[in-house]
Unconditional design. Structure first.
Length: 218
């Protein structure tokens, strides 16, 4: 009987130990879960921030085919941003843009147009506007030039729809820059009266009053 009682006591102690060990293990796991969850959340936040940092938003404008705002990889350069905007136009001046510069968030990339290209187009328009005119677009005018005291026999009537930029410079107060603007304005729509010269940037009512006697609509 004593041996049997000892055996029962041993089994009871063993079962009690197993139960206690199981409870301790469960508590340790439950304590570890909040910490593990926090670690996973922190890792997820870092991953999310890293993903956000991999893209930037930039504006591409100027001489590109499709100006606009683009989301690009943070590691890309200006030439890739321009490619995303459809590439350069025919008159883009790529020499004035640093194509290998890295882009940054909020950056504006503006591609300028070639000045030479604009000048060339203007010259072609001028040549077309004056082509076919065999007669001179200017003629002498008598009298005295108002406000100058100079003999206006040196002044000429200028046909403003056909005169070249050089001939327009014979008008009082018209220099090379203003003559060029007159030609450019004329190319966008012929003058129908002297008052149309007010469309030209730099010509106001006072200057128009001085020009009226020396211009002619043809």
């Amino acid at each position: 009987m004593q041996a049997k009682a000892k055996k029962l006591i041993f089994i009871a102690v063993l079962l009690t130990g197993c139960i206690i060990t199981s409870l301790i293990s469960t508590n340790d796991k439950e304590k570890a879960l909040p910490g593990g969850s926090s670690l996973q959340s922190a890792q997820g936040a870092v991953t999310s921030k890293a993903a956000q940092a991999k893209t930037v938003r930039v504006q591409v404008s100027g001489a590109v085919l499709e100006p606009g705002i683009y989301d690009l990889p943070a590691s890309c350069r200006v030439e890739e941003a321009i490619a995303a905007a459809g590439g350069l136009t025919e008159n883009a001046d790529s020499e004035r843009v640093n194509l290998v510069r890295k882009v940054r968030d909020g950056m504006q990339i503006r591609v300028p147009a070639q000045k030479d290209a604009r000048t060339s187009r203007t010259q072609r328009k001028n040549a077309q506007a004056t082509a076919g005119y065999s007669a001179s677009s200017t003629k002498k005018v008598g009298g005295t030039k108002a406000g100058s005291g100079r003999n206006s026999s040196m002044m000429q009537i200028v046909r403003i729809n056909s005169a070249s930029a050089g001939e327009l410079q014979q008008l009082p107060g018209i220099g090379p820059a203003l003559a060029q603007r007159i030609v450019e304005t004329r190319n966008s729509g012929r003058f129908t009266s002297a008052d149309d010269l007010l469309r030209v940037p730099g010509i106001g009512k006072a200057k128009l009053a001085k020009l009226r006697a020396y211009v002619e609509i043809d």
